[in-house]
Ligand binder design. Structure first.
Ligand code: ZN
Ligand code: FE
Length: 253
């Protein structure tokens, strides 16, 4: 699968997917239609699938115009049926969606919103996780509880480590600044920090990351790790409580 990153709005990424074998063309979380239409035009592609990870406007803003133009279905969470106006194909945990010769599995990942889903292409080893898992971070808990979000992150953490992680925003540098305050002695984080600073200096995306890198460096995936707990100066053991405290600190960072 070919994947093109389309920067949109302030710091969103829209992803354009192409399966060369079948000619299927998808878009994940079209914040706005204009840059997607420009990219499709440049490539000479016609859109066949629109994927939405959750209902926020910066992830569905382009749905209507793109759907009108190409007549392709909008695929999203059954739990968001009432608030994704263009939704055609409402899917839940474990449901599969064909994309040309490829298949996306839906993983329900509540926390940022209660209807949030991720799309996992096992064959291509690619994950689109919206605002649930960011590189070195995770989404704010607008609708869900720490228990829900921690459970969602555990589901994503269990995927193969080579999985490329495509998240909804370029937040990596800000996440890094927070991560080093709670996990300062993590050598993997130090190495990732150098890579991130180098990419951002050259104005390049830090996305995709991989699950292996996130497992080793993302503090929100390490809430059950004794070293993280110790470095963060936490005397609590319960991973959910550690996660909740990390999230609270990040909210006020
Ligand atoms: Zn969001
Ligand atoms: Fe967002």
């Amino acid at each position: 699968m070919e994947i093109e990153l389309i920067p949109a709005l302030r710091d969103n990424y829209i992803y354009l997917l192409h399966d060369p074998g079948s000619g299927a063309v998808g878009v994940v979380d079209p914040a706005e239609a204009t840059p997607v239409l420009a990219a499709l035009e440049r490539r000479g592609w016609a859109l066949t699938h629109i994927f939405n990870t959750h209902h926020h406007a910066d992830h569905i803003g382009g749905d209507r115009v793109l759907k009108q133009r190409f007549g392709c279905p909008v695929i999203g969470a059954v739990a968001d049926r009432h608030r994704i106006p263009e939704l055609d194909l409402a899917l839940g945990d474990g449901d599969l969606c064909e994309f040309g010769s490829l298949t996306a599995a839906v993983i329900e990942v509540p926390g940022h919103t209660c209807g949030h889903i991720a799309f996992y292409f096992a064959g291509a080893q690619v994950l689109f996780c919206g605002d649930t898992l960011f590189s070195l971070g995770c989404g704010r808990l607008f609708e869900g509880t720490p228990t829900q979000m921690w459970g969602s992150l555990l589901k994503l953490r269990a995927l193969p480590e080579a999985t490329r992680v495509y998240c909804g925003h370029e937040y990596t540098e800000a996440n890094l600044r927070f991560a080093v305050t709670v996990d300062p002695d993590n050598p993997a984080l130090g190495q990732r920090a150098a890579e991130i600073m180098d990419l951002r200096r050259r104005n390049l995306p830090t996305i995709p990351s991989t699950l292996g890198v996130e497992r080793a460096t993302n503090p929100f995936l390490r809430a059950d790790h004794p070293a993280l707990r110790q470095a963060a100066g936490l005397k609590i053991n319960d991973p959910v409580a550690v996660f909740a405290e990390l999230r609270r600190r990040k909210d006020v960072f």
